[in-house]
Design a protein around this ligand. Sequence first.
Ligand code: ZN
Length: 235
Amino acid sequence: MCAILTVIPLMRMAALRYSVPSGAPSRTGCDACGAPVGLTRPWPALGPAARCGRCRARVGPPPGTVELAGLAAVLLLALAVPSGGALPALAWWLGWTIPAVFVDLAVHRLPDRLTLPAAAGTWLLLGVAALDAEPGHWLRAAIGGAGLALFFASSTLLLGHRGFGLGDAKLALSAGALLGWYGWPVLVLGLLVAFGLSALVSVGLLAVRRARWSTHLPFGPFLLLGAVSAILLAG
Ligand SMILES: [Zn+2]
């Protein structure tokens, strides 16, 4: 529990730091007054209130949201089946993917600085778990991760802006590996939930005229929700 309490401000800091347009330098302080926000001065900017300590302006993701996501992650880790030692990989993946999704929601991109460590650690931890599990797990994880990433990346090449982004492909590298580890039905279910939710939200936004046909929703949040629901249902 204590570990989570220290990790949540770190997730908040990552989301705040990388929620900037592509190519812009990462954010190091409050947008309104420039007061630095970092681990040396975490409070209250990296707390649930998400307010600058000097000018009280809001900094980073909305108050309480990262905290809620962090608690949901703890719940998931408690409820998920420990399938062949996959829990450390799942914990690692959530720790990086939750801030990445907050960045995706804010500025519609998934930064390499979050998706690549997520992928490297997930593959490594699944590799460690594979020493003890049946070899099928690792093989499915490798095929799932690489296959899903290739599928997303090829949609970028074939469809350009109408396809997925390369950030989605890098997130798929880890999400596909985790889902593949749990089994092919879990991988398929995760994708179905992700695509289904994204379609539902698109139609909903169209209906209330908050979006047009050409609007492009970020896909990272749906991939996270799809993966999490499939892993929960795997038990
Ligand atoms: Zn400020």
